[in-house]
Write a protein that binds this ligand. Structure first.
Ligand SMILES: [Fe+2]
Length: 357
């Protein structure tokens, strides 16, 4: 269907960049930055040139200073730098590689207690966000408790994230999602979990009322790209596909057995994230009998996050203070040099334990 808003292959455009003198500016863009000339006019005394490069078309035109224009150019071969063109235009060359840079870790004991008046931030599409780790551990991690009060279709589009780690755990309600090379869409129920390996294309389709999920990602600030070419579901089914050293995981709680855990009085459901990430991260749902104790002196992870799913637990950190009681919805990050003792207060209390190296 044709619409006057749709673009055709012949539609194109240039950004006009003014200059006082055309020659030096044109020479800089072509010789120094690698742009190529598309058009120049008039022949006897040029005052306008169209040049292209980096997916960009510019119209250099005599008529003033270009100091109010700034350009960001992504290059896989040029080193990141700041330049100024002869017309005054600022040029920022940034890396085009897809490497994820993790900021230095700043460990901290971060407690987020859940209360009915918890501070939620309204995000896109009516989703409510609760930041579980406001310090972000120096930018290393983001952990969000996300609530969708009103279910129905989610206005999402196919996209992907430039991350080193990202998982979603369904706390309550259900959500329908679809992933590249993983077949048809599927529904995540409470206790189910997915590992979204780096740059896997995906889309959230619909949810129940009162959906609650826990989303954990690293680094905290990462880029999200819209995907216009790949449609979901993809025609290929490749559950074992490697995405930058990680495989997709769909953990279905109801099909996963409770197995004895490393502390007595506990059982756990392993999501399989440890295997799929080659040990980069792990996520388990842990269930404990009343009075069961998990006691640990330090750990080797950059992130150890606990989120209470059922019942309540108490936690004593570094034997200093009186135990803190954690109810459903509360979370804590434990720094690597902390010793702590976790006690189950009610039978069959459950928590999500996520550890990232
Ligand atoms: Fe996403």
């Amino acid at each position: 269907m044709n619409s006057k808003n749709q673009l055709t292959a012949t539609d194109n455009a240039e950004v006009v960049v003014p200059c006082i003198e055309l020659d030096p500016t044109l020479a800089f863009f072509t010789s120094e930055l690698g742009f190529r000339i598309e058009m120049i006019t008039p022949a006897d005394n040029p005052n306008t040139a169209i040049i292209s490069g980096y997916g960009l078309r510019l119209c250099l035109r005599v008529g003033g200073s270009g100091k109010d224009v700034s350009l960001r150019l992504r290059s896989a071969t040029r080193s990141p730098q700041l330049r100024q063109a002869p017309n005054g235009t600022q040029i920022e060359i940034i890396s085009a590689t897809s490497q994820v840079v993790l900021p230095p870790l700043q460990e901290a004991l971060v407690i987020s207690e859940f209360a009915s008046d918890a501070s939620w931030t309204i995000g896109r599409a009516g989703m409510r966000y609760r930041d579980l780790v406001p310090s972000r551990l120096g930018g290393r991690v983001i952990a969000s408790h996300i609530h969708i009060p009103n279910g129905g279709p989610v206005p999402d589009y196919v996209h992907y994230h430039r991350i080193s780690f990202q998982m979603i755990y369904c706390k309550s309600g259900w959500v329908r999602v679809i992933y590249e090379d993983q077949g048809e869409s599927f529904v995540m129920q409470a206790g189910d979990c997915v590992l979204q390996p780096p740059e896997i294309r995906h889309r959230v389709l619909e949810s129940s009322d009162n959906l609650e999920v826990i989303e954990i990602g690293s680094p905290a600030e990462h880029e999200t790209f819209a995907e216009h070419e790949i449609k979901l579901p993809t025609s290929t089914l490749r559950p074992d596909r490697d995405f930058s050293g990680q495989k997709f995981v769909r953990h279905i709680a109801s099909e996963s057995p409770w197995l004895p855990w490393r502390f007595s009085g506990f059982v756990s459901r392993n999501t399989g994230i440890d295997k799929a990430t080659n040990g980069l991260a792990s996520a388990e749902t842990v269930r404990g009998e009343q009075f069961a104790v998990m006691s640990q002196t330090n750990h080797e992870f950059s992130l150890m996050l606990l989120f209470v799913l059922k019942g309540s637990i108490s936690l004593e950190v570094d034997s200093k203070e009186s135990p803190i009681i954690f109810m459903v919805g509360s979370s804590i990050t434990i720094p690597s040099d902390c010793s702590f003792q976790l006690k189950i207060r009610e039978n069959d209390s459950e928590f999500l334990l996520v550890q990232v190296t």
